[in-house]
Design a protein around this ligand. Structure first.
Ligand SMILES: Nc1ncnc2c1ncn2[C@@H]1O[C@H](COP(=O)(O)OP(=O)(O)O)[C@@H](O)[C@H]1O
Ligand SMILES: O=C(O)C[C@@H](O)[C@H](O)C(=O)COP(=O)(O)O
Length: 331
């Protein structure tokens, strides 16, 4: 089964939200207190997804607000360098700073992120900085849940969703739940539900859907019944190393396994998964195949040091899928 897009659009995907800096521990397997060296990369979930999509050959654009400083200029030039259209990335004029994410790699499955997100420029994106003429050129508008955490970015994001719907642009909502950017789980649930109910495709982990539904131990069955009674016709629910599911409104269910790898760190999995899943879907591949692309991309990125720089190309993803299919056929 394939997913249909409006094909007469210049951009495959336009993402909205934060473009920040990741500072990833260079010395692994130790607590951050003992880590002296960090490597700098562009980060921020929607920026990572735009970078991953662009590296796979999609035409990507970005709507966001950058600090008027060295970090802001680094982010813009990196994103432009990987082929992303940065014409709608505006520069903050009020002294707000770039968000920073320091990562701790304690062991391959114990990683944490220490985020500096006080008064960050990305959350000051204002509704008047979101342009209909830009959004209407896209097949997909990619929303990141974190952009809903505070005003005015919250209203800018909701405006973007409304413009996408008006212009027949598919709204893909990546839940991207980062607790520290929100005041309470109740507040998160209100805005997540508001946008999820208007989205065509929702992507998230089982835990993130629980946040949206304000419940614990939610069931996929209940989530799909709820969202399919609104706008959505495709839902992706990820279960970490256990794999992921795609549910189509027509009733079809697809499952993908996670591909085993030498894991270096756990973060970066979700963003690489989303970019490769979207790439495959927009390229006209079957939903089942798109799940494999997502899993393969995530497996490659968790074995590498960064989230953005490590995003694979199509050949790497296809080689990994082919290698695993050969192994499966033999066993
Ligand atoms: N340790 C791992 N090894 C290989 N693939 C992984 C691993 N962890 C996650 N993945 C892949 O990345 C996908 C997304 O991971 P998940 O942890 O569910 O999302 P997120 O990073 O958004 O929390 C999974 O569905 C799986 O395919
Ligand atoms: O999203 C952020 O602000 C931090 C990311 O740049 C970081 O690389 C990360 O946490 C990615 O994790 P993922 O959500 O598992 O892809």
């Amino acid at each position: 089964m394939k997913y249909e897009f409006n094909n007469d659009r210049e951009f495959d995907v336009i993402a909205i939200g934060r473009a920040c800096i990741d500072l990833n521990a260079v010395e692994y397997n130790r607590p951050m207190e003992e880590t002296m060296t960090f490597s700098k990369y562009v980060g921020g979930s929607p920026a990572n997804i735009a970078i991953g999509s662009s590296k796979l050959g999609l035409k990507a654009g970005f709507i966001g607000k950058l600090a008027d400083d060295q970090h802001g200029r680094f982010i813009k030039s990196y994103m432009q360098g990987v082929g992303i259209d940065v014409s709608n990335m505006v520069v903050d004029t009020e002294g707000h700073k770039t968000g920073l994410a320091f990562t701790e790699i304690l062991s391959p499955d114990e990683c944490s992120i220490l985020m500096y997100r006080e008064d960050v420029a990305d959350l000051y994106l204002a509704p008047n900085e979101v342009n209909e003429d830009y959004i209407k050129q896209a097949k997909v508008l990619l929303i990141s849940g974190t952009a809903l955490a505070k005003s005015p970015s919250r209203e800018a994001t909701i405006k973007a969703v409304n413009l996408a719907k008006k212009n027949n642009v598919k709204v893909v909502f990546e839940l991207d739940y980062r607790p520290y950017t929100w005041k309470s789980k109740e507040e998160t649930a209100v805005y997540y539900a508001l946008v999820a109910e208007q989205s065509d495709v929702v992507i998230g982990t089982r835990d993130e859907y629980d946040v949206m539904e304000n419940i614990v131990d939610g069931k996929n069955e209940d989530t799909i019944n709820y969202l399919f009674s609104h706008q959505a016709d495709l839902l992706v629910i990820k279960h970490g190393v256990e794999g992921s599911y795609a549910y189509a409104k027509s009733g079809e269910v697809f499952k993908a396994q996670a591909y085993k790898t030498q894991v270096l760190k756990t973060f970066g999995a979700g963003d690489s998964y989303a970019s490769a899943f979207l790439y495959a879907l927009i390229s006209g591949k079957e939903i089942e195949t798109a799940l494999k692309y997502g899993s393969a991309s995530a497996s490659i990125v968790v074995s590498k040091h960064s989230s953005s720089e490590a995003m694979p190309n199509v050949e790497e993803i296809e080689a990994l899928i082919a290698k695993n299919e050969k192994i499966e056929a033999r066993s």
